[in-house]
Structures are given as C-alpha cells and as structure tokens.
Design a protein around this ligand. Structure first.
Ligand code: A2P
Length: 345
C-alpha cells in the first residue's frame, strides 16, 4: 500500500485532535502528518500515540507535497485554503459546510454512498455530524424497505461547537454551582448577537436562522440527507437543539418507510450485524443508547424502536453517537482509508 503525506488543518481543535488520534489508532498508512492551525498555535507541541508533533501555521505552501489534507478549522478557512491545497496536489477532506451542497463535490458517508467518492475532483465533503449518524442508522432500513419521510429532533452536545463551547459549559457549570452570575459568550452561535447559558439549560438554536424560520443546522440535516441518499423527493424535517452534554449527539427520529405492515422486529433485524451499528434496545433491562456511554466509541447506537400508533408505515428510533468520532473525525478518516483502497487520490 502506498504511503500518504497527510496534513490536518485545525489540528488543535475539537475535531482536528480526534482526526490525529484516529489516524494513529487505525494505523493509517501515512508517511508524514503535518499539524496546521492559526498563527496563535505555532510551535505548540501535541503528543499523540507516543509521538510528538509541532503545530505549524496554515499558509498556501503548507500543502506542497501533501497527498491528503483534512480541514476542520471552520468554513472560512476551508474557503481560503482548500482549492489552493488541491492546486498543490492534495485531496481535501473537508469537515465544514463550505462545499457540502456543491453539486460537483461528493458528500460521503462510506457505509451509505461510497461510490460517490469515485467522482471526486479534489475536494470531498464530510457531512454534518447529526446527518452522519442519522443516515448511517437509516441506510439498512432504506435499503430493505425504502424511505418516504424523516422527522428528526436532535439533542446535540456542545463539542459540536468546538473547544470554546466545551470550556463555556464547564465554566458556566462552576458559576452556577457557586451561585455566581453566568457568563455566556459562545452559544448558541459564536458570531451571533445574543448568547445564552448552556449549563442547566437547553437552547433551541444551532447556527443562525434562515428566513424560512429553520436554522442552518436544520437545513444542513434536511439537504445533506437528501443528497447522501440520492433521494431528492424524500420528505425531511429537522429541529436541532443544543443540550449541556460534552460529547455525543442524540436524535429522536420518526420515519415512514415505503411499505406498510412491517413489524418492529423486522425493522430491528435490518440493523443486526451491520458494521458500525450497535442495537441497544431492550426495555426489560432498560437498555437504550445514551451519550455518556457513547462518548469515545466509534459506533452509532440505536434503540427505543417503536411502531407509530397511528401510521401504518411509521416508526420511532433513538440514535446516539459520538459527534466528534463517527460524526466527524472517524468518518473523515474512513473517507481517507477508502481513497487509499480505491486508489483515487
Ligand atoms: P488555533 O487553535 O490556532 O486557533 P474548534 O473547532 O475546536 O473551535 O477549533 C478550531 C480550529 O481551527 C483550531 O485548530 C484553530 O486553531 C483553527 N483555526 C482557527 N483560525 C484559523 C486560521 N486562521 N488558520 C488556521 N487554522 C485556524
């Protein structure tokens, strides 16, 4: 297998650090790994897998000689450097929303639409964290029974908003317990006009609002799901909520499949033994997925499977996964592994 020169842009961030960990843990065939971030982090030392790495500033020349560049430093940085990286010979795996809906850029969850990778032109988009775990859980169901409608409500961890949001939850929790006034500067949206405490609270806004009344996060889930499944007419709606959990997104998902009369047992059967999916669904032992137990794990956990009482093709599921892993770093590294296997870089 050929050896790959790798760069990680945003290597000091919540997702970037996990990309490095996953590359090392999964023995990705890299010959070098370059850690890139902003000027602020130049010279910082990062130790992972027993190796020492020194962070460099992201500049156009950083991508000379790089074969695969992971981007996880926000959409603006991707827009600034991704095409430059491609010009200099790298294939970019982008974790931001900068290119996801571009028609010529594949949006890939390897278990669902690996074939889309074959058509890449230098940039490959990694979907939104909430989208990835949902489509991974629903793909075996879609394949067997077809999908007509999805209505999802998410319960999303703060790490999806980066390291600063994790710090904010921790400091606000201390302020709350010490009965001090609570300082809110990051959530719901760092660039937004108003900020609300996330500690001991629930915020029904992730990212900014569109004129439709949906948030951009909700629109990402809606549009990305249709693109990944290749189903333009799939009915999808989403409500995205931030909750005071560090890592692990949870989702209450209602689906209508194309076939009536399917039982819960038949639906569950489609998920048994699927790589990357773990069924935790036994009410007699109170077994169901929870973010605290999904944190640090690679799989997508599925439980609380129920038939809708009123719709003959309607079902409910509860799906939990570590948003920094399958929702971001792991999926990106799986895309890179697929590129190496398919020899398409
Ligand atoms: P830095 O630590 O130097 O600011 P998170 O998603 O956890 O908030 O992390 C954001 C990541 O994006 C960090 O690694 C951060 O690096 C990086 N980043 C922010 N601004 C820039 C920039 N101008 N150039 C390159 N990387 C950046």
């Amino acid at each position: 297998m050929s050896k790959v020169n790798v760069a990680i842009v945003g290597a000091t961030g919540a997702v970037g650090t996990k990309i490095l960990e996953k590359l090392l843990e999964r023995n990705f065939p890299s010959s070098s790994i370059k850690l890139l971030a902003s000027k602020r982090s130049v010279g910082n030392e990062i130790v992972a897998g027993g190796q020492q790495f020194i962070v460099e500033e992201t500049v156009p020349e950083s991508f000379d000689g790089v074969d695969i560049a992971f981007f996880s430093a926000g959409g603006n940085i991707s827009k600034m450097f991704a095409e430059e990286a491609v010009k200099r010979g790298a294939v970019v795996i982008d974790n931001t929303s900068a290119f996801r809906m571009s028609e010529t850029i594949p949006l890939v969850v390897p278990e669902v639409n690996l074939d889309a990778l074959r058509e890449h032109k230098g940039i490959i988009a990694n979907p939104n964290c909430s989208t990835i775990q949902m489509v991974a859980a629903l793909e075996p169901i879609r394949e067997k029974f077809g999908l007509n409608r999805i209505i999802v409500s998410t319960y999303q961890a703060v790490s999806g908003a980066g390291v600063e949001a994790i710090d904010e939850l921790e400091s606000q929790s201390k302020q709350f317990e010490n009965r001090e006034s609570i300082d809110a500067k990051i959530l719901p949206s760092a660039g937004g006009e108003r900020h609300y405490p996330i500690a001991y609270n629930v915020i029904p806004q992730i990212d900014s609002f569109d004129s439709s009344g949906y948030t951009l996060e909700e629109l990402k889930m809606i549009n990305e799901t249709k693109k990944i499944f290749g189903l333009k007419d799939l009915k999808v709606s989403a409500t995205c909520i931030r909750i005071p959990v560090v890592s692990g997104h949870s989702e209450s998902i209602y689906i209508e499949i194309d076939k009536e009369g399917v039982t819960v047992e038949e639906l569950r059967e489609t998920l048994v033994g699927v790589p990357g999916i773990v069924i935790q669904d036994d009410i007699t032992t109170q077994s169901y997925p929870m973010p605290l137990f999904a944190e640090g794990k690679d799989e997508v956990f599925v439980g609380r499977l129920r038939k809708d009482p009123d719709h003959p093709a309607g079902f409910h599921l509860w799906v939990v996964s570590d948003n920094l892993l399958k929702g971001a770093a792991l999926n990106s590294v799986q895309i890179a592994e697929s590129l190496v296997e398919l020899k398409t870089f």
